[in-house]
Each structure stands twice: as structure tokens, then as C-alpha cells.
Design a protein around this ligand. Structure first.
Ligand code: FAD
Length: 482
């Protein structure tokens, strides 16, 4: 797993751990056997075997999951990393209808490979800000946000078809006319609950030039960081004219209130020059630098092909990390930007050291509200997705780890709700696996419909993931029914 805490069996009795530099190792939450699938027949055989023998089945493409849904103790894993096909078509047909230019992507294809192939073919797809997340594995089933989402919508808004092995072992072609109910579920209904994706076909767009920029600011204390967050909120609509996507990430290396914060502002502006992009960000930057205790560390603007702008060479792995998040309505930014800064201040004062604001909604995401899919409707009214990340080192005690795993729920959520509102939505791929009301927090009003679709395609609950559809019937490991 990318985040190695998901390999540990903290909650098993007794705990089963395998830490760095350990002299003895337990199996933890790592599957016992793995099928390194190379063909559809391999996947079908594994599914049928697991079904016949009543095995706990898990599915993994990259292992990047932040909720640990691609691993489980005492399980059989089906690994789809070998499905690397990428095939572009100028005309893709759903039934007899030509739905235009598209690319069919195997479920083991990394996002970075898709950007490279896109550049070679003069195309761009809506995909993640990552190197080795798989574009058509868990990412798209959760909804899939992108720096291009304000321009083109969510990744799942641009999915045209899936090839999926379902619990019966059948390979289904799933699109708007063939198994439309499963098509609905695979677009936002949560990763890992529906079957094993072999490939998905995604809409493509002609490639274009964009400016990507990275501005790094230093806030010398929590008050300065909070003021900067307010200024950012006040200027967040400045970029609407070019439908920019942006990541506004805060990091501290100490929980002390007097410790500085680094704020990295990574912006992607389609069809703009460096000069235009600089001008759009200037009001924010000037207001930021007028604040006391805020300094500019660096700024860099690069013009070029959008595929190059989004390409990343690698992801950072090997940490013990859990997340919690909320979708923040556009209305919060419009009506009360100062509240955003106040929430940053309270989060920082209570010991939060990582606040990740993703400006990946509105624009086409809001305009796609008419699409019938399982995407949480909160995406359609959100401006940002704010993620809080909590980490520990291998030397932490089990008691400390337990407290950190519950930190979002016990300490941070009540603060974040001051800007998200109560009972707000959260993006299920970057979220807290311990969400008390995951059915509504992750799936909103769609849960009942998703539950019915689950019963139809997976009546024996072969595909169960924590905080996923149907998981309420199972213990936390998906081993025993409750
Ligand atoms: C560095 C990093 C950057 C990220 N950036 C973004 C981003 O820009 N936008 C965004 O929206 N999200 C982002 N994410 C979150 C990402 O969407 C999730 O981690 C997602 O779960 C990854 O999917 P995966 O298939 O690669 O991972 P895995 O851990 O392999 O799988 C995740 C889930 O999908 C299921 N799954 C995997 N493969 C298949 C398959 N073939 N068929 C059916 N189910 C499958 C698994 O069972 C599991 O439930 C990022 C994560 C990381 C670690």
C-alpha cells in the first residue's frame, strides 16, 4: 500500500504489525494470496473461486487508497496492475451512437502514462494530480477530481463505458444503454463495491496550452496563515474567467502556534499565457504580501502543453496517514470568506499541521449537475474540497495511533463543519474511513438506489470495502456479517 498504515492490523486481536526495522512481522492487513491477473479469464477465475469458496476478496490496482480499501486481512487479492492498454479512437460508439473522441484505458494504467500518451495523440483526458494513481481503478469510481474539472467536469462525468467482471464472473459492457444501473453506480458510487474493472473508456478533448504556476508563501505564525487563507478565499473567484484548477496546500512541521506554515499555491490555467496567468493571480498575491508576517519564498510560471503541466514523475509513498474531508459550498466563499480564515486558525491552534484546499469544483462540475450518476450532489454546489491529513511515525504507540486515527472525527470535523455546514458531503476517495454516517456523507441521497443496484449485481456481497455500499452488513474487515 502507498500509505503503509493500511498494511498494519492495529485492530486485530492481538494487533498484527510489521514495522520498519522490525525483527518479527505479523501478516497484518496484507492479503494472504494474490492473483496477478493478466487476462480477463484470470479475473473471472479468481472471482468464481472466491465466490465458490466464500473467500474475502479484495481488488487493487495501485494501492494508493487512503481508506485502506484495497487490502484486507485473511483475504484473496486480485491485482489489476497489468492491464496497461491505452487505445485512442476518433469515434467511439455507444450502441449505434457516435459519442466522439475517446480513449479506452486499462485499469492498471497510471495517470502519468495517460498524460504521456495523451500528448503523443494530441488529446487530454480529465484525470488526477498524481503519478501512479490508476485512472480507471478506484479514482473514477469515487468521482475523480482534477485540475481540469472546472473546465471539463469530474472524471466520472467523462466516462463513456466500463468493461467489468461482476460477482457472477460475467464480463459486462456497461454504458448508458447496456446495464445503465451499473453505469450509474460505477460513476461516483464508491470504489471497490461493484466488480472488477478491466478497462474504461473516457471522453478525450483536443490538447491545448496552459500555464501552470507554483507560488510558495511563508506565514510566520498561525494568525498569519489564517489571514492568508481569508485572502485566498476572498480571491478564489478571480480565476473563474479561465476555469482554473488550483491546489492551496498548507504544511507545518510542528503543532506549536508560533511555528511557521508553508503555503503552496499550485494553479493550472487553461488557454492562458504566463502574462495572463500572472495578472489573474496578482490581486491575491499583492493582498497576501501586504499581510504582516507573510513572505514570498518563490514563484514560478510555466507555459506549455496541458499534458506536460499535469504530468508528475512520482508520488510520495511510505507514510502512515489518514485523512478527513468536506466539500465546501461555493456560498461559503461568496458570503463569508473570513470564516474560512477563522476555521484555518482554529484547526491550526488545535494541532492540525496539514490543510489541503482543492479548487477542483464549480464551472463544468456544477454545470454537469444534470448527469444521472452516483456522484454526491454536494459536488455540484461545492467550490472546494478541503482535506485534513494526519500522520504518525512507526515509533508511535498504539494508543497514540488510535488517537490520531480519531482526530478528524473528534477534533477537526466540528471545526470544519463551520464552513461546510452540518451533514455536508465528503469525497469518498479522500476521506475518513471512520465517518459515522458514511452512507449520507459519501453518497448523499443516492445510497438507497446504490444499495438496490448492489443487491442486483453482487447479491452475496463479494465486493465489500470499508465505508462502501453494503458494508453496514459486515464487520470492519469484511469477514463476518453483523
Ligand atoms: C498521491 C495521490 C494523489 C491523488 N490525487 C488525486 C486527485 O488528483 N484526484 C482524485 O480524485 N483523487 C486523488 N487521489 C485519491 C485517489 O482517487 C484514491 O487514492 C483512489 O482510491 C486510487 O485508486 P487506485 O485504483 O489507484 O488505488 P487502489 O488502492 O488500488 O484502489 C482503490 C479502490 O479502488 C478499488 N479498485 C482498484 N482497482 C480496481 C479495479 N480494477 N476494479 C474495481 N475496483 C478497483 C479498490 O478495491 C479500492 O477500493 C490521490 C491519491 C494519492 C495517493
Amino acid at each position: 500500500m502507498d500509505q503503509v498504515n493500511w498494511e498494519q492490523g492495529y485492530d486485530l486481536t492481538p494487533p498484527s504489525l510489521c514495522l520498519r526495522n522490525a525483527t518479527t512481522c505479523g501478516q497484518g492487513d496484507v492479503p494472504i494470496y494474490s492473483v496477478e491477473a493478466e487476462t480477463v479469464a484470470d479475473i473471472q477465475a479468481a472471482v468464481q473461486f472466491a465466490s465458490t469458496h466464500n473467500l474475502r476478496l479484495v481488488v487493487k490496482s495501485s494501492g494508493h487508497d487512503y481508506l485502506g480499501r484495497s487490502t484486507a486481512p485473511h483475504s484473496l487479492l486480485v491485482h489489476t496492475a497489468n492491464f496497461k492498454n491505452i487505445s485512442f479512437a476518433d469515434a467511439f460508439f455507444v450502441g449505434k451512437r457516435n459519442v466522439g473522441s475517446a480513449v479506452t484505458v486499462g485499469s492498471g494504467v497510471h495517470v502519468q502514462s495517460l498524460y504521456q500518451a495523451g500528448k503523443q495523440n494530441g488529446k487530454i483526458v480529465v484525470s488526477g494530480s498524481a503519478a501512479t494513481v490508476c485512472a480507471t481503478g478506484g479514482y473514477i469510481q469515487g468521482a475523480g477530481h482534477s485540475a481540469l474539472s472546472p473546465t471539463f467536469g469530474l472524471a466520472s462525468d467523462n466516462a463513456l463505458e466500463f468493461n467489468v467482471v461482476v460477482a457472477s464472473g460475467d464480463l459486462l459492457r456497461v454504458n448508458s444503454i447496456s446495464h445503465p444501473d451499473l453505469f450509474y453506480a460505477l460513476r461516483g458510487g464508491g470504489s471497490g463495491s461493484w466488480g472488477i474493472i478491466v478497462s474504461a473508456t473516457l471522453r478525450t478533448f483536443p490538447t491545448f496550452n496552459a500555464t501552470s504556476s507554483l507560488i510558495i508563501l511563508l506565514a510566520l505564525n498561525n494568525a498569519a496563515a489564517a489571514s492568508l487563507a481569508t485572502v485566498h478565499a476572498q480571491h478564489i473567484f478571480d480565476m473563474d474567467s479561465v476555469r482554473a484548477g488550483q491546489y492551496f496546500f498548507l504544511f507545518k512541521n510542528s503543532t506549536e502556534a508560533s511555528a511557521p506554515s508553508v503555503l503552496a499555491l499550485n494553479s493550472y490555467m487553461p488557454n492562458t499565457t504566463t502574462a495572463q496567468s500572472t495578472a489573474i493571480l496578482a490581486p491575491f498575491l499583492n493582498a497576501s504580501l501586504a499581510l504582516p508576517d507573510v513572505q514570498l519564498i518563490s514563484q514560478q510560471f510555466v507555459d506549455g502543453d496541458i499534458n506536460d503541466a499535469l504530468f508528475q514523475a512520482d508520488d510520495s509513498v511510505g507514510e502512515n496517514t489518514v485523512l478527513g474531508s468536506r466539500l465546501i459550498p461555493a456560498g461559503t466563499y461568496r458570503d463569508s470568506p473570513a470564516k474560512v480564515g477563522q476555521v484555518y486558525k482554529q484547526l491550526l491552534d488545535s494541532g492540525t499541521v496539514v490543510i489541503l484546499t482543492h479548487l477542483v469544483a464549480q464551472g463544468q462540475v456544477a454545470e454537469n449537475a444534470y448527469i444521472s450518476s452516483a456522484v454526491h450532489p454536494a459536488w455540484r454546489t461545492a467550490k472546494t474540497h478541503i482535506v485534513l491529513s494526519n500522520s504518525w511515525t512507526d515509533s508511535a504507540t498504539l494508543g497514540e495511533i488510535d488517537a490520531i486515527r480519531k482526530q478528524f472525527k473528534t477534533q477537526q470535523l466540528p471545526i470544519l463543519e463551520k464552513i461546510s455546514g452540518p451533514n455536508a458531503g465528503s469525497y469518498s476517495n479522500e476521506a475518513d474511513v471512520l465517518e459515522a454516517e458514511f452512507k449520507t456523507t459519501f453518497f448523499g441521497p443516492n445510497y438507497a438506489k446504490l444499495s438496490a443496484i448492489k443487491r442486483r449485481y453482487d447479491p452475496k456481497d463479494l465486493f465489500i470495502v470499508p465505508a462502501g455500499v453494503g458494508s453496514e452488513r459486515w464487520d470492519e474487515w469484511g469477514l463476518c456479517q453483523v
